[in-house]
Design a protein around this ligand. Structure first.
Ligand SMILES: *Cc1c(COP(=O)(O)O)cnc(C)c1O
Length: 385
């Protein structure tokens, strides 16, 4: 099986012998032209035409009321949590199966993450686990729910859309509404993914995208806040850009704010990439279709497909092995043969700084970590065979 799998990947990426990365960007548009323009005009930093243009492109593409470009996804999450009212000493409910940035952002906002289990099908936060946690451990207060045990306020809920697939966000949003918990979506992996036609990140107060080098679209480093609330969007723009009152020469800042602005050079890359977003997504979905077909005939490996109603970007195409041993065999063989494959992240509660923060048993998340392998999934656009 592994031999045939390797042949498929090599044929697909037109790479007969060399290494095949997990997800490398393809710069087949106007990236160089736009970058040169930044240098030629000297607008390389926090002022420049590309930042606004990139925000406009994302707003239109996602259908959000506002899009605010920031330096990276992690800072974007930190800012989003602050913007919805998370304060030091409070608690944020999130999931154990995620990239470490989700948890770090909660701590950067001064709060403590509580890690809940995943839904076995979508791998994202389980609404059942969320409901069970709230019923057992929370009580309503005047400013939202608090933990019964110590009275700390539950200041936000932060689910993550794993691998670009939608989590059960509608059920999570309904629970958040019922309990009056602000919902922030870690949609870092989900650019171009929708659920029932709505872009992920737009089911709560704020959603956060990442444009790191391994994501679907890259700006080198970067992120984007998306929101349906234009006022919140305007506040996000102010607070991620030093809260300076507009004035031709005065420096008057009226709040303690972040400097999380995306530089113009990064936005330039993003504009060129976004001009090709439909090609990139189409290509990644072709990759997914090839894997789906291949693994349909393999007994020990199941393709991790998009959930019902979700049109996924297939950020990282993945398979679920029948056993941990089968997973390990696949990781070892493919990486030894130049084909980059990766396990999911270690559960946050298995990392030393978050070991004490489990909110429930995390059985489904642990099972997924032991079984799932991500496969080469980058776009081939511009180098089709
Ligand atoms: C990539 C990623 C982030 C943020 O990434 P940055 O590298 O800071 O842009 C956050 N959460 C998840 C789940 C991610 O995959």
């Amino acid at each position: 099986m592994l031999d045939r799998f390797a042949a498929l990947v090599r044929r697909f990426y037109s790479e007969p012998k060399g290494p095949i990365p997990l997800h490398a960007p393809v710069f087949a548009g106007k990236e160089k032209e736009y970058l040169c323009r930044c240098v030629d005009t000297t607008f390389v930093s926090s002022v420049g035409e590309y930042v606004t243009r990139f925000e406009d492109m994302l707003r239109e593409f996602s259908g959000a009321a506002a899009a605010v470009a920031v330096v990276n996804g992690t800072c974007g999450l930190t800012a989003a949590l602050g913007l919805v009212g998370v304060r030091p000493g409070e608690v944020v409910l999130t999931q154990a199966l995620t990239f470490v940035a989700t948890a770090n952002a909660v701590r950067h906002a001064g709060a403590e993450p509580v890690f809940l289990d995943s839904d076995p099908d979508t791998l994202g936060m389980s609404p059942d686990a969320l409901r069970a946690f709230l019923d057992a451990k929370a009580e309503s207060g005047p400013d939202g729910p608090r933990l019964r045990a110590d009275g700390r306020r539950i200041a936000a809920c932060l689910p993550m859309h794993v691998l670009g697939h939608a989590c059960r966000i509608r059920e999570i949003a309904a629970l958040c509404q019922e309990w009056r918990i602000p919902l922030v979506e870690d949609a870092a992996e989900a650019l171009g993914s929708t659920l029932d036609g709505r872009h992920l990140g737009l089911f709560g107060r704020i959603g956060v995208l990442s444009f790191n080098g391994n994501k679907t679209v890259t700006t080198g480093g970067g992120g984007m806040l998306l929101t349906n609330d234009p006022e919140l969007g305007a506040r996000a723009k102010r607070l991620t850009a030093t809260a300076k009152r507009p004035h031709p020469w005065e420096f008057f800042h009226d709040e303690t704010a972040w400097n999380y602005r995306m530089p113009n050079v990064n936005a330039a890359l993003g504009c060129a990439q976004m001009e090709r977003i439909e090609d990139i997504l189409a290509d990644k979905r072709d990759v997914a279709a090839a894997y789906r077909e291949f693994f349909a005939n393999e007994a020990d490996m199941e393709f991790v497909d998009q959930p019902e109603g979700c049109r996924s970007n297939f950020w990282l195409c993945s398979v679920r092995a029948g056993s941990r041993a089968a997973r390990d065999a696949m990781l070892e063989w493919t990486n030894a043969h130049g084909i980059a494959t990766r396990p999911l992240w270690r559960l946050m509660t298995d990392l030393p700084m978050y070991a004490g923060n489990a909110g429930d048993d995390l059985d489904a998340a642990r099972e997924a970590v032991e079984r799932v392998v991500s496969l080469p999934s980058g776009p081939r656009w511009g180098k089709r065979p």
